[in-house]
Design a protein around this ligand. Structure first.
Ligand SMILES: [Zn+2]
Length: 234
């Protein structure tokens, strides 16, 4: 395929208009097509001229960094309208869809499960979580990004655990814990309905929460979970 040095299509943005005809007198200006071979536009590197479009637009065959070959109009290369073979647009779209790109990560699974337990009234564990007043802090409620920023990567063999099992899901009360540490937490802070009733009586009598915790053999966190957090609702 060969192309004439001059083009019958006067498309100035695609061409150098600096040349005049050899005699220097002719009113007809000659246009020389600007050679884009080897030039890089975004992800596209120009390989060679391709056939003009049906409307006479100059086109170049390009190779994308992803390996695709694509024929692109010169004007679209130069004005940035075609920064790739189309792969860039696809990537941006899928990034928007996934946002954080961690949809299938362990951490995301933990975040989703937490929300299920606390928000979904038909979840099998609802009664032990949302159903008894365990809440998710506002920072984490609708933001996996914030959750991940606060908790960091989840080590293998661990799950999301509240240090105080009557406290809420928030940065201060959560750790990635192995099953063994979880069991210990449970033993340390376990409350019963009897204890909770006693707790409220002591609270109404004006006993400090640290004192109540000592009397009930549990942590201050567990007490405040009940008093302020809505755990073990009356
Ligand atoms: Zn591409």
């Amino acid at each position: 395929m060969s192309f004439p040095a001059t083009s019958p299509f006067p498309v100035p943005e695609d061409m150098d208009a600096s040349l005049v005809s050899e005699d220097g007198k002719s009113l007809k200006r000659k246009y020389r097509i600007r050679d884009l071979t080897g030039m890089v536009f975004g992800r596209l590197s120009v390989l060679e001229r391709d056939e003009n479009s049906k409307t006479g637009q100059i086109r170049w065959k390009c190779i994308c960094t992803c390996g695709n070959i694509k024929t692109v109009q010169a004007s679209n290369l130069k004005n940035g309208a075609a920064p790739s073979c189309g792969c860039l647009k696809k990537e941006v779209l899928s990034r928007k869809k996934k946002r954080h790109g961690m949809t299938f990560s362990r951490e995301y699974h933990s975040w989703q499960s937490m929300r299920q337990r606390c928000l979904n009234t038909s979840h099998k564990s609802w009664d032990d979580y949302g159903g008894r007043g365990i809440k998710i802090c506002p920072e984490w409620l609708n933001s996996f990004e914030q959750f991940y920023q606060d908790m960091g990567p989840r080590p293998e063999e661990t799950t999301l655990e509240r240090e105080d099992v009557n406290g809420h899901y928030c940065k201060e009360n959560c750790v990635w814990a192995t099953h063994r540490t979880q069991a210990q937490n449970r033993r340390n802070t376990v409350l019963s309905f009897d204890k909770v009733n006693l707790l409220w009586k002591l609270k109404e009598d004006g006993i400090a929460m640290t004192e109540i915790a000592k009397m009930l053999g549990t942590s201050k966190g567990a007490i405040s979970g009940v008093v302020y957090g809505g755990a073990w609702k009356k």
